[in-house]
Design a protein around this ligand. Sequence first.
Ligand SMILES: CSC[C@H]1O[C@H](OP(=O)(O)O)[C@H](O)[C@@H]1O
Length: 354
Amino acid sequence: MRASRSFRRAQSTVIGYGPIMAETGDPEPRPLVWTGTSLRLLDQTALPAALVHLEVDDPDELVAAIRRLAVRGAPALGVAGAFGVALALRRAERDGWEPGRLDAALGRLRGARPTALALAAGVDAAAACIPDGLAAVLAVAERLAAEDEAANRAIGRHGADGVLARTTRRPLRVLTHCNTGSLATAGWGTALGVIRELHARGAVEVVHVDETRPLLQGSRLTAWELARAGIDCRIQADGAAAGAILRGLVDVALVGADRIAANGDVANKVGTVGIALACAYADIPFVVAASRSTIDPDTPAGADIPIEERDGAEVLALAGHPIAPPGVRGFNPAFDVTPAHLVTLLVTEDGIVT
Ligand SMILES: CSC[C@H]1O[C@H](OP(=O)(O)O)[C@H](O)[C@@H]1O
C-alpha cells in the first residue's frame, strides 16, 4: 500500500508474543495512542502475526480504519472517536474548512459503526468542546481513555465477585466470545478484564475462546491477549460453544456489549445470543460485563438497536481466501441481541446492575 500523506504505515513485524512485549515495552500494547499531532493505531487486522502501527492524521482515514476494524471494540471506538474530533479540528483550522465540512466529517466519524453506542458518544462529547479549542477536545479524549481503563478495573473486580458468588466449581472453565480485552478498550478490558481478575485470584482453569467468525477476533486477538497474560485457553469454532456448554465443559460464559437497551436487552458480537440460550438451557451463568456508558436509556429495547450489517464478502472468505462458490451471497450481521431475561448478571463499574 502506498502510504498517502495522512495515512503513513509504520511497520515493525514480529512473530509470536515475547518480541512484541519487548518491542513496545508495554505489557499490554494499547489499541491507540495520541502522538501530539496524529493518532497511532495498532492495526488489529494484522494481529497476531504482525505488530503494525498506523499513523493517522485525517478524520476520514480514521473512519476507514474503524470500518475495517483496524481499531475496534466499543470502548476503544469511543476514545478513537473523541481523538478523531481532534484530528478533524486540526485539519479544519489548518486548511480553513467551512463549518459544514467539519460537521460532515464528524457525521461520518460518528456513524462509522452504528451499533457501538460508545463511538457516537465519544464523538459527541469531544465535539461539544470544539468552541473551547483543540486542547479542550484533547482533554475530553484523554479523560475518556483514563475513565475507561479505571472503569474496566472496577468491572473486573465486581464481575469476579459476582461470578464466584454464582458458581461452585473451582477453578472455573470460562467461555468468552469475540474480543473484550485491552485491544477493545482503553486498557484491561471488560469481560476479559473479569477473566484477568478471576485468573489473578487463581480461579481460572481454562478459557474456551470462540474464534468469532468471520473476522476472528477471538482466535486472533483474545487468544493473543490471554497467551500474553499466561492464562490457559483453547480456541474453538463458534459452533462448538453450545455443545461445550450442554456437555458441562463450561461453568460460566462472560461476554461484553456494544449497546444495552433501556430494558436490559444486550447487543453484542453475532453469536452471543446462541451462547445465552445454551447457558439458560444448561442453567449456568451468562454474564455481561460492560461500562455504564454502554447502557443507552434512549433506546427502549433490543429491537430498537441498529445492527451493523457488514459486507457479505467477509463471510465468503477466510483470511482472504475464498471459502464459497462464486456467485453465492453472504449474510453478515456484525451483532445480535440477547434478551434481558437471558442475562444472569450485568456488571458495570458501579457493580452488579442485574
Ligand atoms: C469491550 S466490548 C467490545 C465489543 O466489541 C466487539 O465488536 P467488534 O469487534 O465488531 O468491534 C464485540 O462485540 C465485543 O463484545
